[in-house]
Design a protein around this ligand. Sequence first.
Ligand code: ADP
Ligand code: MG
Length: 238
Amino acid sequence: MASVQLTGVKKSFGALPVIHDLDLKIEDGAFVALVGPSGCGKSTLLRMIAGLEETTGGDIAIGGRLVNDLTPRERNIAMVFQNYALYPHMTVAENMGFNMKLARKPAAEIDARVNEAARMLSLTPLLGRKPSQLSGGQRQRVAMGRAVVRNPQVFLFDEPLSNLDAKLRVQMRAEIKLLHQKVRTTAIYVTHDQIEAMTLADHIVVMHGGRIEQQGHPMELYRKPANLFVAGFIGTPA
Ligand code: ADP
Ligand code: MG
């Protein structure tokens, strides 16, 4: 796990500024929820942290090292999206181990990691199945397992549960929380579901129009929202 630090980060798409001079420090092992309305720049921010999108200005450091100085392998970030793309012709185990196979790790080491991640996420009975033989929730769990197998420094989640029905979302939320308690990998979790943010995170960052409106412990934001925007987003002030 590693800290993530953004200093004066800016992003424009052509003439359109979407992230304005953003500073953010995320501690080693923290679980941070990034919330805010659609279009406020959450996904763009995650993509820049992952190194999938260039910044227009400022610095992003992971574990104290600038992302631009790191190769993707050194960066070692796992991203989980709502559209978990599993390889349809591979079994669950093969999907989960694919990254390690690409990195030419020995088969025994891959098996051990896959089995360990499968145990953590209750995927053991599904290891021999193909994605087409899984429910939506199971597929999302496999996508999560694939991320765990990589043993990343940082997990980035971009609304991973938004395609699931309400009951499954609640169940997966609990599983993600348990997983984080086990592995303690630094996690940044984008959601527009305030309950998800309140229950999962130990720190919430509220974004609005490419800026941070307020950040803090969930109860602090809930009890003392800095303004009406935060109050409207996190809940009603007491
Ligand atoms: P969020 O994830 O909070 O909904 P995004 O980060 O996806 O927001 O988008 C922030 C803004 O940047 C939006 O106005 C969006 O239209 C714009 N945007 C995102 N990606 C691109 C792109 N590749 N090209 C142009 N504009 C983009
Ligand atoms: Mg988004």
